[in-house]
Design a protein around this ligand. Sequence first.
Ligand code: TYM
Length: 334
Amino acid sequence: MGEEKRKLFSAVQPSGAVTIGNYIGAIKNFVALQDEFDCIYAVADLHAITVRQEPAALRKNTLELMALFIACGIDPEKCILFVQSHVPAHCELTWVLNTLTYPGELSRMTQFKDKSAKHADNVNMGLMDYPVLMVSDILLYQAAVVPVGADQKQHLELTRDLAIRFNNRYSETFTVPEAYIPKGSGAKIMSLADPSRKMSKSDENPNGYVTMSDDRDTVIRKFKRAVTDSGNEVRAAEDKPGVSNLIAIYGAFTGKSAAEIEREFEGKGYGDFKLAVGETVADALAPVQAEKARLLKDKAYLNGVMKRGEEAAARIARKTLSKVYRKVGFYQGE
Ligand code: TYM
């Protein structure tokens, strides 16, 4: 009693459909960690506009993601749930941290290089500065732990570097956070169409990903079509990336280990296994989809959650920001 829990922060971009990769790599842990930590979760709309978004779609996706968070089991009574653009401190801290960041640190980020190649017609400063905004998200809340998928590891390393750099220059200010990345293959769910690539909502081939709102038939069809490997043995191995990925997905939704799954499908072929994975995922998604649909009908409730979240988040963020402003020497009327 009375012992303060450590803080945890994470966010997801409202930039289209949320995939089961986002769920397994991140949102599932958001739910699992909510009792152990003081959790703060954001819909990262400021991040989303670094690639072109249709304004009406961005607004809709923001509300949908908020509903999905709650439908997946994040309890708004326990956690702070808010929309990033509602708390101005994120942009304000980004400016200060920009003055401690070198262009080379940002231009060599894998995600920046990938996204610049993909959106060659829109390589904007926001795309490059994206990691510093992410650093600000985390440091504003003095988060000790940040649950993310493996693709965010480099951004978490920058977060630690900048926290330490600021602390060394201006005295102890920020908590230096740790990434919380799922163990094993859950950290990086691969495309069903090409298991050498990450499952991504921005993939042009919709058969590569399963979204949290795909209906039962679509889910089963996508898994039936999933690219598997030569042979017909259900076994996790480096030379079997397709089957290993399906084992990771099945494991994430059933809680079974790879060894248990291999035993379960001993003597059965890929066909049986793929059908089982499809049915299991569809069964797991159905109640989440129903709850999300119910929540979306109650906009007043969702707006209320966001408003309370905004106020609670802003209170913590303002405290950190005012400390930062004092440390860097901004006159505050003393
Ligand atoms: P985003 O919206 O791309 O993805 C949300 C989360 O899902 C994880 N993820 C995956 N995990 C496993 N397998 C996959 N195929 C897969 N694809 C995505 C991501 O690692 C992420 O954890 N920049 C972040 C959002 C963000 C953020 C933050 C995260 C903004 N501010 C502060 C943590 C802390 C992003 O684009 O996530």
